[in-house]
Design a protein around this ligand. Structure first.
Ligand code: HEC
Ligand code: HEC
Ligand code: HEC
Ligand code: HEC
Ligand code: HEC
Ligand code: HEC
Ligand code: HEC
Ligand code: HEC
Ligand code: HEC
Length: 416
C-alpha cells in the first residue's frame, strides 16, 4: 500500500525514470490462478498462503505455462484421492525440519494411522472415512483456534456430524448416527454451543482429534475423569469401580450415557429408568436399593432444610433486617451440599455423614442467628412502642398543663 503510494508519487514526479524499471516479479502461481480464481479466493485466508505453501507445492504443475495440458503437466496431483491427500498434508506436517519455525506438533499423520479413520483408509482404501481434508478443508485451511475453522470446538458437531449424522452412511458400518443430535441436547453440548463454556468438551476432547484415544473407542470411558477428577476420586472408592463380574466395572457412562449426558437429580437413586439404580438392581431385596434410598433421603433432608432456611432469611430480609452473615452461612451450607452430592459416587452413606452434618450445622447456625435478630427486632419494636406511648402521654400532660397555666393567667388578668 505504502509502497504503491510511493511508486505513484514517484511516477507522477518522474514518469520517464519509471518506464525503465523492470516489471515486478510475478508469483509463480500467476498462470494457475488465471484459470482457478475460485481456489485462489479460498486460499487467500489460508494459513498456508502466509507460509508460502502455494498451488504448486501441493499439486505440482508447471508455473511457466498457460496452456492447460502443459501447465498441469504429466506429474500434476489432483489430490482427490484420499490417500494422496493424506500423504501430501501428512508428509509436510510430519517434517520436523520444515515445521520447526512454526511451533506446530508433527504427530498428526502418525496418530491418524492409529485411528479408526486412518486404519480403514490404510487397510481398505475406504473413501468414506475422514481424512485431513474432510476435517480441515483443502484451500481455506485455518488454525483450529479460528472460530471459522471447521475443527473449532463449536464447529465440530457440524463437521463430524456431516458423516456421523448420516444414517445411511453409518449403517454400512453398523454404527448409530445419533451422536451429533444427542450431544447437541446434552449438558456438554449446551454448555459449549449456547454458553461458550471454555471447559465443556467437544467431540474431539473425548475422542482425540487425530487418534491415540478413539476413534479407537474402548478407552473413551476413562476420559470423564480428566475434567471431573473429584467425582472420579469418589467413584474409584465405590463397589462399582471394583466390580469384576461378567459385566466388569460399572463406568460413568453406564449411569450418565456418553453423548446425551443430562443434568442428574437424586431421583435416580430411587428410580428404575435407564441409568437409575433400579435399572440394574432389579431384585427388591438387593442391598443396592437400600443404599440408593438412604443416599436419596440423606441428601434430600439437607436440600429441604436449606430451602426452608432460605425462605426464613428472605422473609426477615423483607422486613429490613441486614442479614449478610446469615446469607454467608447458607452459602457455606450449599457448598457442603454440592460436596455431599459429589460424594454419593462412593455409594457409601456413612462417608457423607460428616459433610452432611456440617451442612446441617451451618443451617442451624443460620436459624439461631435469625432467631436472635428477630428477638432483638421485636424487643426494639416493643421499646419503641413504649417510648412512643410515654412520649405521647408526656406531651399530652404538658399540653394540659400549658392550657391550665394559660387559663390561670387569664383569670389573674381579669381580677387585676
Ligand atoms: C488455461 C487454464 C488453466 C491453467 C493455466 C491451469 N489450469 Fe488447472 N485446470 C483447468 C481446467 C479447465 C481444469 C478442469 C479440467 C481438467 O481436469 O483438465 C483444471 C483442473 C485442475 C485441477 C483438478 C484436477 C482434477 O483431476 O480434477 C487441479 C488440481 C489444477 N487444475 C491445478 C492447477 C495448477 C496447480 C495450475 C498451475 C500450475 C493450473 N491448474 C493451471 C485449467 C487450467
Ligand atoms: C495445502 C495444499 C493445497 C494447496 C496449497 C492448494 N490445493 Fe488445490 N487441492 C488440494 C486438495 C487436498 C484438493 C482435493 C480436495 C477434495 O478432494 O475435496 C484440491 C483440489 C483442487 C482442485 C479441484 C477442485 C476443487 O476445488 O476441489 C483444483 C482445481 C485445485 N485444487 C486448484 C488449486 C489451486 C489453483 C491452488 C492455488 C491457488 C491450490 N489448489 C492450492 C490441496 C491444495
Ligand atoms: C509444504 C508443506 C505443507 C503442506 C503440504 C501442508 N501444510 Fe499445513 N501448514 C504448513 C505450515 C508451514 C503451516 C504453518 C503456517 C503458519 O503457522 O503460519 C501449516 C499450518 C497448518 C494448519 C494450522 C495449524 C495451526 O495450529 O495454526 C493446519 C490445520 C494445516 N496446516 C493443515 C494442513 C492440511 C489439512 C494440509 C493438506 C490439505 C496441509 N496442511 C498441507 C505446511 C504444510
Ligand atoms: C477427524 C478430524 C480430523 C482429521 C481426520 C485430521 N484432523 Fe487435524 N485437527 C483436528 C482437530 C479437531 C484439531 C484441533 C487440535 C486439537 O485440539 O487437538 C486438529 C489440529 C491440527 C493441526 C494443528 C496442530 C495440532 O496438532 O494441534 C494440524 C497441523 C493438523 N490438525 C493437521 C492434520 C493433518 C496433516 C491431518 C491428516 C494426516 C489431519 N490433521 C487430520 C481434526 C482432524
Ligand atoms: C463426553 C465425552 C464424549 C463426547 C463429547 C463425544 N463422545 Fe462419542 N463416545 C464417547 C464414549 C464414551 C463412547 C463409547 C465408547 C465405547 O462404547 O467403547 C463414544 C462413542 C462414539 C462413537 C461410536 C458409536 C457409538 O455411538 O457408540 C462415535 C461414532 C462417536 N462417539 C462420535 C462422536 C461425535 C461425532 C461427537 C460429537 C458430536 C462425540 N462422539 C462426542 C464419548 C464422547
Ligand atoms: C468424511 C466422513 C467423516 C467425518 C468428517 C468424520 N468421520 Fe468418524 N468415521 C467415519 C466413518 C465412515 C467411520 C467408520 C469407520 C469404521 O467403522 O471402520 C468413522 C468412525 C469413527 C469412530 C469410530 C467408531 C467405531 O466405534 O468404530 C469415531 C469415534 C469417529 N469416527 C469420530 C469422529 C469424530 C469425533 C469426527 C469429527 C472430529 C469424525 N469422526 C469425522 C466418517 C467420518
Ligand atoms: C473436557 C472436559 C469434560 C469432559 C471430558 C467431560 N465433562 Fe462433563 N462437564 C464438563 C463441564 C465444563 C460441565 C459443566 C457444564 C455447566 O456447568 O453448564 C460438565 C457437566 C457434566 C454433568 C452435569 C453436572 C451438573 O452439575 O449438572 C455431568 C453429569 C457430566 N458432565 C458427566 C460427564 C461424563 C459422564 C463424562 C464422560 C463421558 C464427562 N462429563 C466428560 C466438562 C467435561
Ligand atoms: C448399569 C448397571 C448398574 C447401575 C445403573 C447401578 N449398579 Fe450398582 N452394581 C452393578 C453391578 C454390575 C454391581 C456388581 C454386582 C456384584 O458384584 O455382584 C453393582 C454393585 C453395587 C453395590 C455393591 C453390592 C454389594 O452387594 O456389595 C452397591 C451398594 C450398588 N451397586 C449400589 C448402586 C446404587 C446406589 C446405584 C444407583 C446410584 C447403582 N448401584 C446403579 C450395576 C449397576
Ligand atoms: C451408579 C451410577 C453412577 C455412576 C457409575 C456415576 N454417576 Fe455421576 N451421578 C450419579 C447420580 C445419581 C448423580 C446425582 C447426584 C445428586 O444429584 O445428588 C450423579 C451426579 C454427577 C455429576 C453432577 C454432580 C456433581 O457431583 O458434580 C457429575 C459431574 C457426575 N455425576 C459425573 C460422573 C463421572 C465423571 C462418573 C465416573 C467417574 C460418574 N458420574 C459415575 C450416578 C452415577
Amino acid at each position: 500500500m505504502l509502497r504503491n503510494l510511493v511508486l505513484l508519487v514517484a511516477a507522477a514526479l518522474a514518469p520517464r525514470a519509471l518506464a525503465f524499471q523492470a516489471p515486478t516479479a510475478q508469483p509463480r502461481t500467476a498462470n494457475c490462478i488465471t484459470c482457478h480464481g475460485a481456489q485462489e479466493l479460498q486460499a487467500r485466508v489460508s494459513v498456508h498462503t502466509r507460509a508460502n505453501v502455494d498451488c504448486i507445492t501441493c499439486h505440482g504443475g508447471n508455473p511457466g505455462e498457460i496452456d492447460v495440458a502443459r501447465a498441469h503437466g504429466a506429474q500434476m496431483r489432483s489430490l482427490k484421492d484420499p490417500r494422496q491427500a493424506v500423504d501430501t498434508c501428512g508428509t509436510c506436517h510430519s517434517d520436523v525440519d520444515r515445521l520447526r519455525n512454526f511451533g506446530l506438533r508433527t504427530d498428526q499423520l502418525s496418530l491418524y494411522w492409529t485411528s479408526q479413520h486412518g486404519a480403514q483408509l490404510a487397510l481398505k482404501n475406504d473413501a468414506n472415512v475422514a481424512t485431513c481434508v474432510s476435517c480441515h478443508g483443502s484451500h481455506g485451511v485455518l488454525a483450529p483456534s479460528d472460530p471459522l475453522s471447521p475443527v473449532h470446538p463449536q464447529k465440530q458437531v457440524e463437521t463430524c456430524g456431516r458423516c456421523h449424522g448420516d444414517e445411511k452412511l453409518m449403517a454400512q458400518y453398523g454404527l448409530p448416527a445419533t451422536q451429533p443430535e444427542a450431544y447437541r441436547g446434552s449438558v456438554h453440548g449446551q454448555a459449549l454451543l449456547d454458553d461458550a463454556h471454555p471447559a465443556a468438551p467437544s467431540c474431539t476432547d473425548c475422542h482425540g482429534s487425530h487418534g491415540a484415544l478413539p476413534p479407537r473407542v474402548g478407552e473413551v470411558e476413562q476420559v470423564c475423569g480428566q475434567c471431573h477428577s473429584v467425582v472420579q476420586d469418589y467413584y474409584d472408592r465405590s463397589p462399582h469401580a471394583k466390580a469384576t463380574g461378567a459385566t466388569g466395572s460399572v463406568q460413568c457412562t453406564a449411569c450418565h450415557s456418553n453423548h446425551g449426558v443430562q443434568k442428574p437429580t437424586i431421583e435416580r437413586f430411587t428410580g428404575d429408568a435407564e441409568g437409575h439404580c433400579g435399572a440394574c438392581h432389579t431384585e427388591p431385596d438387593d442391598k443396592a436399593l437400600a443404599v440408593g434410598r438412604t443416599l436419596h433421603d440423606d441428601v434430600q433432608k439437607l436440600v429441604s432444610t436449606i430451602h426452608d432456611a432460605e425462605l426464613a432469611v428472605d422473609k426477615a430480609g423483607e422486613r429490613g433486617l441486614f442479614l449478610g452473615i446469615e446469607r454467608g452461612y447458607l452459602d457455606d451450607a450449599r457448598g457442603l451440599l454440592v460436596r455431599a452430592r459429589t460424594m454419593t459416587h462412593t455409594l457409601d452413606p456413612a462417608a457423607l455423614d460428616e459433610v452432611l452434618n456440617r451442612g446441617q450445622g451451618m443451617v442451624n447456625k443460620t436459624l439461631e442467628d435469625l432467631a436472635t435478630k428477630n428477638r432483638i427486632f421485636r424487643d426494639r419494636k416493643i421499646f419503641t412502642a413504649i417510648f412512643f406511648a410515654v412520649s405521647l402521654a408526656f406531651a399530652i400532660a404538658l399540653a394540659m398543663h400549658a392550657r391550665e397555666l394559660a387559663g390561670r393567667r387569664k383569670r389573674l388578668g381579669r381580677t387585676q
